[in-house]
Design a protein around this ligand. Structure first.
Ligand code: TRP
Length: 339
């Protein structure tokens, strides 16, 4: 007789460091998908304010302010708190406790080898003065993921080393206590690559100042579209244009739903005779249409921040209950239960 085991249900956990408003890059890379996943799966979305402090200790006000701003972005795009548990990391102290145990399951050398951490240390210019909390944040991220027994973690490619390190910790823990208490997880990397910035740099990012934010006004969008990098060799309307690296077309690929018209426009551009201003006009129309309802919803929610905080409070209470159950198992397995 074969034993029947029910496959584990899919549990999704993702998070964002609340250090600034969310932009089109987030929308393409994660927010749209979250709206879809919440229909099918149990989903937790975490405002990683404690992780944000690992490199923002001198600007805690920024992190505090952005918790509510990012929550507004979530609600505006349609992440629905009745379907998705949205919560604030720092208000789930069980995550800190788990992190403290996990730090004994990882070596300093292994943390130093984590490619994401390595790159971030370089970008931040920490050199030898690395905050210990920053170096060890992969253990904290392992706690975030494993506390919820998340089986899927939708993240950008740059976060894959975090998932690998999480699974190393999970395996070490389970082996140590000789029970499968923690669950291994999988990174879910979106097929659609990352969105370049309006300046054509590989990444849309707040720190590069090349974003279009979800809450931007119609004027801000218009001004940004004017600056969008196209083809520097396309000097005259009659000249043939190039699509490679042409941000206007990359954005249209991502957002224009009229694919037939878009393909015609591309062919015309490549042939010559189509000016950048026409392409940008189309891009402006597409982005304005897409972002107007998001902005309107955002403004509506922003009128009642008390209600948003209440939603976050309820989400956090629910998240905390789940994390507490895991921490209870972990403590018992480690012999840390006495009363
Ligand atoms: N490190 C992620 C980022 O930079 C945020 C994050 C914190 C996260 N904890 C997580 C993402 C757990 C996925 C799962 O955006």
């Amino acid at each position: 007789m074969s034993s029947i085991t029910t496959p584990p249900a899919t549990v999704i956990l993702t998070g964002d460091r609340p250090t600034g408003p969310l932009h089109l890059g987030h929308f393409v890379g994660s927010l749209r998908n979250r709206v879809a996943y919440q229909q099918q799966y149990q989903q937790f979305v975490m405002l990683a304010d404690a992780q944000a402090l690992t490199d923002n200790m001198e600007d805690t006000g920024k992190v505090h302010r952005n918790v509510i701003e990012v929550a507004l972005d979530y609600l505006a795009v349609g992440i629905d708190p009745t379907k998705t548990t949205i919560f604030i990391q720092s208000q789930v102290p069980e995550l800190t406790e788990l992190t403290f145990y996990y730090l004994n399951l990882v070596t300093v050398a292994r943390l130093e080898r984590n490619p994401t951490v390595k790159e971030e240390i370089r970008l931040r210019g920490f050199e030898r003065d690395i905050p210990a909390g920053f170096l060890t944040y992969p253990a904290s991220q392992a706690a975030d993921i494993s506390a919820f027994k998340a089986t899927l973690v939708p993240v950008g490619e740059d976060q894959i080393p975090m998932i690998e390190q999480t699974n190393e910790i999970v395996r070490r823990f389970n082996r140590l206590v000789q029970r499968d208490i923690l669950v291994e997880t999988k990174a879910l990397v979106p097929e659609i690559g990352r969105l370049p910035g309006i300046d054509g740099k590989a990444k849309m990012s707040k720190s590069l100042g090349n974003t279009i934010n979800l809450g931007d006004s119609a004027d801000q969008i218009r001004a940004a579209v004017k600056q969008v990098y196209t083809d520097p060799l396309h000097l005259l309307v009659a000249d043939p244009g190039h699509l490679e690296g042409n941000v206007a077309f990359l954005y249209l690929d991502a957002f224009d739903t009229d694919k037939v018209a878009l393909e015609e426009m591309k062919a015309h551009y490549v042939r010559g005779g189509l000016g950048d201003s026409v392409v940008k006009k189309r891009l402006d129309t597409v982005l304005q249409e897409m972002l107007a309802p998001i902005r309107a919803r955002r403004e509506e929610f922003a009128q009642d921040k008390g209600q948003v905080l209440q939603m976050l409070k309820e989400g956090t209470i629910n998240a905390r209950a789940v994390a507490a159950a895991t921490v209870d198992e972990v403590r018992r397995a480690l012999g840390l239960s006495y009363f």
